[in-house]
Design a protein around this ligand. Structure first.
Ligand code: VGL
Ligand code: ZN
Length: 226
């Protein structure tokens, strides 16, 4: 077909009617960037500082320009949250306890609703972010993943949003690699999403070798590591 004919009005309307693969619907961008917990408390001087946590900010700002769909998560605990060591007399941060839903690492008080520590890092600039998912607000259960709370069955709601919006290819970045990023990536794979974790846009806490374990688990279930 010569070029004139290819773009003639007739051909364009025919494409629409038959849902030709070139049509707008077929090429809709189904990729989403998930920006996990880039909050002050996970950055230097924060209550649960991830080493170099703030280094991800410029990298994520730049990456976000390549995505038309960006979703951010926010760790959002009430005061006295059960995941805080301060809620367990005699226990220290980074020790584990057995709770009704399983083992839980105890953390310093962090990301308390409405506090400065819970705010996103002030240099994070993603004005086109379309959704903010808050998690960990139930006093009696922690939520590392943006898909399921730590009982591994209470949904946070993100899967429903992504499915309704037909966003199937997830690119995950943020803090901390070995906790909220990894749990989110593992759940996403289990739910059938295609998942890529962008390593230089993440930083880890590494509690007792948790960083290696997290990468091993993610690689085993087919998370792409780039
Ligand atoms: C996180 C520990 C406790 C995280 C949140 O964002 O990785 N880690 N709460
Ligand atoms: Zn937390």
């Amino acid at each position: 077909m010569d070029d004139d004919k290819k773009n003639s009005p007739d051909r364009i309307s025919l494409q629409k009617a038959t849902e030709h693969p070139d049509s707008a619907a077929a090429v809709r961008d189904n990729r989403a960037l998930l920006v996990i917990d880039v909050q002050n408390d996970f950055c230097p001087n924060g209550a649960l500082c991830v080493p170099e946590g703030d280094h991800v900010v410029p990298v994520i700002n730049e990456l976000s320009k390549d995505f038309s769909h960006v979703i951010m998560t926010q760790d959002w605990h009430c005061p006295g949250h059960l995941s805080f060591a301060s809620s367990h007399p005699g226990k220290n941060a980074f020790e584990s306890v057995d709770l009704s839903y399983g083992q839980q690492i105890l953390w310093p008080d962090h990301c308390i609703q409405g506090s400065r520590g819970a705010e996103f890092h002030s240099d994070l600039q993603i004005t086109h972010c379309e959704l903010i998912v808050r998690k960990g607000y139930d006093k009696n259960i922690d939520s590392y993943s943006a898909f399921f709370e730590n009982d591994r069955k209470t949904p946070v709601g993100l899967a429903g949003y992504l499915r309704e919006r037909e966003l199937k290819r997830l690119f995950i970045v943020g803090l901390a690699t070995d906790f909220c990023v990894a749990y989110t990536a593992l759940d996403a794979r289990e739910l059938g999403f295609e998942v890529t974790v962008i390593e230089n846009a993440c930083r880890g806490l590494n509690v007792d070798g948790s960083l290696d374990t997290a990468w091993q688990k993610m690689c085993t279930v087919g998370v792409h590591r780039v």
